[in-house]
Write a protein that binds this ligand. Structure first.
Ligand code: GLY
Length: 392
């Protein structure tokens, strides 16, 4: 055995919120758990706005994902309380609701379609006139043409969520290796651990690949098992409502402006998060003048008073996109290797249910019913047909 070999029941590769919640729940379930990440608690959660938008971010063709999103949204109040207890930290969960508004006739038609889809899916959302929208949120532009009031779409602060999960993991005995992973170790046709960039060898009975958008490019993972996950860039702005906080917005406000999503998420501490671009530019995380301009232009159309606020931060992150916009959860075709990745626009929302599902599959080997549609095996190549030898 190598001098620097270290072993555990579970090794989680990636210490973003998905890796951390998996590790925390696995450790609570009695598994000796380690996380490998040079900067645990970092990643896309440092950029994300933290909308829990199961209903307002519903898209055609994503009805299966909706079930998982709703299940996770339902778990959030209990999850936030449990995590606060375990970490001693508040994660900024706010049951504030969301208002999705339309600025012109096209937006209005789009929102009407969304409303019809929401109703077909049995979701709660109420159509409001422009005047009713402004009565709820007086800072909205006078030209708002109507909107959808969704009282069940809340918010959390993803930075606080990441920090609390890190503390909860430490308190639950999770071991952290603050080094990047060089490669997965595969021996005897199963995953056995990983080698770190400092050459430390980590052994584990089960490995969870939870490296966000990087999950699709870890050395050592056999090609047929490598998750089809790609980075989708999102630029996000943070503004600050000066103290004493005048009521600026009381709930998340969002719209589709000229085909792009814009949302404003007001935090209790005066922070106002404005997001987000969606760009297929590979690993680029540059904040561009164009990105900032478009976000401010669209946000200003929605809430003109926004230009009075100090702009305190601009940042870009990478969503882990998958071919069907849904996560990949559970065992792969390589024994010993699980995935918890591909959460795309819903990583923060799906954190509670992901932790629960991953802890269950790690403990029992069975993927819970709720997660079965999200098995990574849905992307495995079909077994090739047996080749018939042709007579010559
Ligand atoms: N769910 C928000 C975003 O991905 O921008």
């Amino acid at each position: 055995m190598h001098a620097s070999w270290k072993g555990s029941d579970v090794l989680v590769i990636g210490g973003g919120i998905i890796g951390l919640v998996t590790a925390w729940r696995a450790a609570l379930g009695g598994l000796r758990t380690a996380v490998a990440d040079p900067d645990p608690g970092g990643g896309a959660a440092q950029v994300a706005a933290g909308m829990l938008a199961a209903v307002t971010e519903l898209h055609y063709g994503e009805e299966t994902l909706l079930g998982l999103n709703l299940a996770s949204a339902q778990r959030y109040p209990g999850f936030a309380a449990e995590l606060a207890e375990a970490s001693g930290q508040d994660i900024g969960f706010r049951a504030c609701g969301t208002l999705a508004v339309a600025l012109d006739a096209d937006d209005r038609a789009h929102l009407r379609e969304l409303h019809a889809l929401q109703r077909r899916c049995g979701l709660e959302s109420e159509w409001l006139t422009g005047r009713e929208c402004r009565r709820l949120e007086p800072m909205l532009a006078p030209g708002v043409r109507g909107g959808l009031r969704v009282d069940g779409d809340h918010q959390v602060d993803p930075r606080r969520l990441a920090a609390a999960l890190l503390t909860a993991c430490e308190r639950a005995g999770v071991v952290f290796h603050r080094v990047s992973v060089a490669r997965l170790t595969v021996a005897g046709d199963r995953a056995r651990g990983a080698v770190l960039s400092d050459r430390t060898e980590l052994g584990a009975d089960q490995v969870v690949l939870a490296a966000g958008s990087h999950s699709g490019r870890l050395d050592g993972v056999p090609a047929e098992v490598l998750p089809p996950v790609r980075p989708v860039k999102g630029q996000v702005l943070r503004l600050t409502v000066p103290r004493p906080y005048a009521p600026f917005l009381t709930r998340t406000v969002r719209a589709v402006v000229r085909g792009s999503d814009v949302y404003l998420v007001p935090r209790a501490n005066g922070e106002l998060v404005v997001g987000a671009t969606s760009e297929e530019l590979g690993w680029d995380t540059t904040v561009t003048a164009g990105g900032v301009y478009e976000l401010l232009r669209d946000a200003h159309e929605l809430v003109p008073g926004i230009t009075e606020l100090p702009l305190t931060e601009t940042r870009a992150g990478l969503r882990p996109g998958s071919p069907d916009n849904a996560p990949l959860l559970g065992p792969t075709a390589l024994p010993g290797l699980h995935l918890a990745t591909g959460h795309f626009r819903n990583g923060v929302l799906l954190t509670p249910v992901t932790g629960e599902v991953m802890a269950a599959v790690l403990a029992t080997g069975e993927l819970p019913e709720i997660a079965r549609p999200f098995s990574p095996l849905r992307f495995s190549p079909a077994p090739s047909p047996v080749r018939q030898e042709q007579p010559v």
